[in-house]
Write a protein that binds this ligand. Structure first.
Ligand code: PHE
Length: 344
């Protein structure tokens, strides 16, 4: 009977010391299992005289009962502990400040590009694309600027090899589109994109900037069509009431060529610091597609004519939003960029 007590005490101690459910399960096997200590005590009953058996049996049963109950209650305790620990480690402090995710805004140059695309798509133009790494052939040759032509000096070029360069103007895309049309009329498209020139960067120059080319070729397309189109564009981009002025100019791929001024949107043409008192601001170059360019691209200049223009997107954005340094567009300064969220 003292053995029973010993086993019971040992069992209760082991159970009390069990640190987790695994240890408790080991104790259960050790004492209550088929090969456990309490079962072994039961087996000993066989060796006892008959009259001692009932009392012994009762004691073993009481021992078994006590151990079972101890295991049950320790198990409840351990389960509660585990739950509490889990809740503690998974606790979320809803009073802590969250991580802020800031939303970007459309870049001002992309805004201008999208505005131009909307405007010209609305007039039935298509939007064309072309490569930034371009062949000399499309950038110069097809644009009526052969190798020894002095006009090549007008556009300081980044050459990759003698026949490959970073396009210096979107006119390269114009040439690709003319060639692709195989003489079929009409052509009505714009091609916006990045262009590159070996300029020293300062407040008004950048070695990389954006242009948007416009091209229309058909029967009886005239300089008046060009003027009307540009006037419409100026009114949409800079507000109603803008006027357009042509000044003679020179581009090898257009004849005649013009420099285009828009009446100053800041002083309505009266003269201010932005237009330097003249009332006019130069915004783009344009002209009638040179007959030789039409011919080289498989069009008959006797049967069709066309106009083209190339506008600098930085210039438009600077005028429209009052930006005085072109470098602002490329330095990704949030203090600059976030000003444009209100136009988004
Ligand atoms: N390609 C000219 C430039 O970059 C602009 C232009 C385009 C002029 C189309 C006339 C016609 O300066």
């Amino acid at each position: 009977m003292s053995r029973i007590e010993e086993v019971q005490n040992a069992a209760l101690q082991t159970i009390a010391k069990a640190k987790d459910l695994a240890e408790l399960q080991a104790a259960r096997v050790q004492y209550l299992g088929k090969k456990g200590s309490i079962q072994a005590l039961m087996a000993e009953m066989r060796n006892l005289p008959k009259e001692e058996k009932p009392a012994f049996g009762q004691m073993v049963n009481a021992c078994k009962q006590a151990v079972s109950e101890a295991i049950e209650s320790r198990q409840a305790e351990l389960q509660k502990e585990a739950l509490e620990k889990g809740m503690e480690s998974e606790k979320i402090d809803i009073t802590l400040p969250g991580t802020q995710t800031t939303l970007g805004t459309t870049h001002p140059l992309l805004m201008i590009q999208q505005e131009l695309e909307d405007l010209f798509l609305g007039m039935g133009y298509k939007v064309a694309e072309g490569p930034e790494v371009e062949q000399d052939y499309y950038n110069f040759e097809l644009a009526n600027i052969p190798k020894d032509h002095p006009a090549r000096d007008m556009q300081d070029t980044f050459y990759i090899d003698p026949n490959t360069l970073l396009r210096t103007h979107t006119t390269a895309m114009q040439m690709r589109e003319l060639e692709k049309a195989h003489g079929e009329l009409p052509i009505k498209l714009i091609c916006p994109g990045k262009v590159y020139r070996r300029d020293d960067d300062d407040a008004t120059h950048s070695h990389q900037f954006m242009q948007c080319e416009g091209l229309v070729v058909g029967e009886h397309v005239t300089l008046a069509d060009l003027k009307g189109t540009l006037e419409f564009m100026a009114n949409r981009m800079f507000g109603e009431g803008r006027k357009i002025r042509f000044r003679p100019s020179y581009f090898p791929f257009t004849e005649p060529s013009v420099e285009v001024d828009v009446s100053c949107p800041f002083c309505d043409g009266k003269g201010c610091s932005v237009c330097k008192g003249s009332g006019w601001i130069e915004i783009l170059g344009a002209g009638m597609v040179h007959p030789h360019v039409l011919e080289m691209n498989g069009f008959d200049p006797e049967k069709c004519s066309g106009f083209a223009f190339g506008v600098g997107l930085e210039r438009v954005a600077m005028l429209k939003y009052g930006i005085d340094d072109i470098r602002n567009f490329y330095t990704n300064d949030q203090r600059f960029l976030k000003n444009f969220d209100r136009f988004d």
